[in-house]
Write a protein that binds this ligand. Structure first.
Ligand code: NDP
Ligand code: GDR
Length: 345
């Protein structure tokens, strides 16, 4: 019997890669998307899995309890990966309540549906390093205290603790993966890495002039999304439900990622000024290429994330395989190809 999994958020970066991973292993995958006037499946199209007979696309809104029950009942899934969320930290400051309803309560509806319909279903919750926020220890592990710094981080913390609580209270196989930033050519353009690689590609092709960013000093532990979805899968195959950190244990500034991206198109940068007045210019021509725009700063920032995935390595055999230099290279090259072809999502 092939296994059946529900992946919420199939139209997002991780949903697409996880579906690719599970389909390749013979799973039947119910990929959920929400109804909008123009649903966009460019990611599963790009991965070449949109027409895979094992993939069933189903409409599902995370904030609808009835849909959660029907989804669990009709699919007869044995694994549920809850990846759907309002996932953009910046937006959560403007839409804290919607973020709470989708990103926090969305997990509660699914857990309740599992508790009601079939308690043997295994559940994965997409938790995040944003829960560490104002970090209380370096590097961060499963034991590090949380201090979220955004409405998004607060909503995710609710979903995280609820997953732990359902594990302990109702004996549900609920795993929480505390994932540090993971990027790819399928990353949304609102996130900083993809914003950088897409704009660098446009600058190289003469389609844009300047890259405008917020805080260049923020430090992130960036890995490759395809590695991280494999970690999610491994968590649900483990012999007991637990919480795991997935990270690379290397942290770099946004500024460094900008340099790496420009190196891919043979441009070296000179930096001048500080904070909101900082600029980056082409070392050869002196042309202005990077400018800080305070509009992209956040009301509260997470300054330094660096994760220790030692537990995942020991218990799941999981390790990241892609270094930041390689990640920047593959993202810029994908964006060059797309922009040359005249499209970019
Ligand atoms: P994306 O933003 O790329 O994808 C989010 C998905 O959620 C999209 O498919 C989106 O649909 C869907 N969604 C949003 N609102 C709703 C709703 N009301 N009902 C149903 N679906 C909805 O995120 P990622 O793939 O990058 O991340 C996957 C998960 O992992 C998220 O929960 C994120 O918070 C979490 N996470 C991500 C990390 C990362 O670095 N990428 C790190 C740690 C955690 P639509 O396309 O219609 O917007
Ligand atoms: P993050 O990712 O907030 O870590 O959340 P994002 O790429 O948005 O920001 C990373 C850091 O870059 C700084 N930054 C900018 N960010 C954006 N988006 N745009 C800019 O112009 C810009 N300039 C500087 C930010 O201030 C921040 O410090 C991501 C999401 O995928 C979450 O869903 C996930 O939980 C976490 O990663 C782990």
């Amino acid at each position: 019997m092939p296994k059946t999994a529900i992946v919420t958020g199939i139209s997002g970066q991780d949903g697409a890669y996880l579906a690719e991973n599970l389909l390749a292993r013979g799973y039947e995958v119910y990929g959920t998307y929400r109804r909008t006037s123009s649903v966009n499946f460019w990611r599963i199209d790009e991965l070449g899995i949109a027409d895979n007979p094992g993939l069933k696309l189903v409409e599902y809104d995370l904030t609808d309890m009835g849909s959660a029950i029907r989804l669990i009942e009709t699919s007869e899934a044995t694994e549920v990966y809850n990846l759907a969320a309002q996932s953009f930290v910046g937006v959560s400051f403007d839409q804290p309540i919607t973020t709470g309803q989708i990103t926090g309560l969305g997990a509660a509806y699914l857990l309740e549906a599992i508790r009601t319909v079939n308690k043997r279903i295994r559940f994965y919750q997409a938790s995040t390093s944003e829960m560490f926020g104002k970090v209380q220890a370096v590097p961060q592990t499963e034991e590090t205290p949380f201090y979220p710094r955004s409405p998004y981080g607060v909503a995710k913390l609710y979903a995280h603790w609820l997953t732990v609580n359902y594990r302990e209270s109702f004996d549900i196989f609920g795993c929480s993966g505390i994932l540090f930033n993971h990027e790819s050519p399928l990353r949304g353009r609102e996130f900083v890495t993809r914003k950088i690689t897409d704009t660098v590609a446009k600058i190289a092709l003469g389609k844009a002039d300047v890259l405008e960013l917020g805080n260049l000093d923020a430090k992130r532990d960036w890995g490759f999304a395809r590695d991280y979805v494999e970690g999610m899968r491994l968590m649900l195959q483990h012999d007991r439900p637990e919480t795991f950190v997935l990270a690379t244990n290397r942290t770099e500034t946004v500024r460094r990622f900008v340099e790496l991206a420009f190196e891919q198109v043979d441009i070296a940068l000179d930096w001048a000024g500080r904070d909101e007045a900082e600029t980056g210019t082409d070392r050869r021509t002196g042309k202005l290429l990077v400018r800080v725009n305070p509009q992209f700063y956040r009301p509260a920032e997470v300054d330094l994330l660096i994760g220790d995935a030692g537990k995942a390595e020991r218990e799941l055999g999981w390790t990241p395989t892609v270094q930041l230099e390689e990640l920047a290279a593959l993202m810029v090259s994908a964006d060059l190809r797309r922009n040359e072809a005249g499209w970019s999502f």
